[in-house]
Design a protein around this ligand. Structure first.
Ligand SMILES: Cc1cc2nc3c(=O)[nH]c(=O)nc-3n(C[C@H](O)[C@H](O)[C@H](O)COP(=O)(O)OP(=O)(O)OC[C@H]3O[C@@H](n4cnc5c(N)ncnc54)[C@H](O)[C@@H]3O)c2cc1C
Length: 290
């Protein structure tokens, strides 16, 4: 069977990604739309949105339902997996999730912002005990002690998986909903993490109440720092550097929405998603005519 190579991979199903995927499908391109949680859980928390033109006084949840239904009616391939790495190749990009590998000729990054500040030591210890994906890195911690800091219920699944292979699993939920279906061996610790410390490898997680001795710390947020997903992508401070056509420093990679900077607003995100996909389409046409 021939391997599918999508015209465009859209990473993130918030307003920016949905807008890009919608117009991409209207322009008859094959689209892989990656969304690992529900469509913009962040915006779904908005009690009331009153500045999105044409849809006054709508809840964030209602707006996301309308946006996702509109986009999905045009049948992009919705892939409910987390993109953990993007590798540029000669003619296409390889996109890795914990479960599969996909290919696309162009990529649009629309992953939103990392909503919380990074922990002290997190950046320095990345790959040396800090990870954003249990399925990808869990085996490195077989029979060892790990902590999972999670901002959503997704972390409960990650912790359950780690509990099958690790010696001790400490779970630090940073959200309000009730925990359900967690394995009995997992120790739940309700506290705020402060820093991740160690010499060459993680040795402990420091929280506001105690120090937890661990070999690994898994952090589950809605969005991860983008430089971890696509190393080498030029940044402007914390956000992705783009040109007016939403192209980035890597040919064939475009970005839109909160991940390229302020103002963090829905109208800006949808507009940039549109510009990014039109630019990706021009890029594809130029390559095809070479
Ligand atoms: C409480 C609240 C209220 C707000 N109210 C308003 C308002 O009234 N008006 C307004 O204009 N703006 C408002 N905003 C801001 C608005 O929500 C954002 O500007 C907008 O959602 C940005 O869209 P986005 O698509 O860039 O990113 P996001 O909405 O953050 O979407 C990014 C998506 O990418 C997914 N994702 C991330 N990483 C990956 C990965 N590696 N693999 C697969 N999927 C991934 C995430 O799960 C998420 O669904 C509000 C924000 C909050 C938090």
């Amino acid at each position: 069977m021939a391997e599918t190579i999508y015209d465009i991979a859209v990473i993130g199903g918030g307003p920016a990604g949905l807008s890009a995927a919608l117009t991409g499908r209207i322009r008859n391109k094959s689209i892989a739309l990656f969304e690992h949680m529900d469509f913009s859980l962040k915006l779904q928390k908005a009690h009331l949105v009153d500045n999105y033109l044409g849809l006054p006084q709508i809840t964030g949840k209602g707006l996301m339902q309308q946006m996702s239904a509109h986009c999905l009616a045009h049948s992009p391939d919705l892939i409910k997996e987390k993109v953990v790495n993007i590798f540029p190749g000669d003619d296409s990009f390889t996109i890795a999730t914990p479960k599969n590998i996909y290919n696309a000729k162009t990529v649009i990054i629309a992953t939103g912002v990392v909503a919380t500040a990074l922990f002290k030591g997190e950046k320095e210890m990345l790959g040396r005990g800090v990870s954003y994906c249990a399925t990808c890195d869990g085996m490195f911690y077989k029979d060892k002690d790990v902590a999972v800091i999670s901002y959503s219920t997704e972390g409960e699944h990650e912790a359950n998986y780690l509990d099958e292979i690790c010696r001790n699993v400490y779970y630090l939920p940073q959200y309000k909903s009730e925990l359900s279906g967690m394995r009995s061996g997992i120790e739940i610790i309700n506290t705020k993490p402060r820093s991740i410390e160690g010499d060459s490898q993680v040795e402990k997680l420091v929280t506001e109440h105690s120090d937890i001795k661990v070999h690994g710390v898994f952090i589950i947020r809605q969005s991860d720092p983008v430089e971890n997903v696509l190393p080498g992508l030029e940044l402007d401070g914390e956000v992705i550097k783009v040109n007016r056509d939403m192209s980035t420093s890597i040919p064939g990679v475009f970005a839109a929405g909160d991940c390229i900077g302020k103002p963090w607003q829905i109208a800006k995100a949808t507009g940039e998603g549109l510009v990014a996909v039109l630019s990706a389409i021009s890029y594809l046409e130029k390559k095809a005519n070479k």
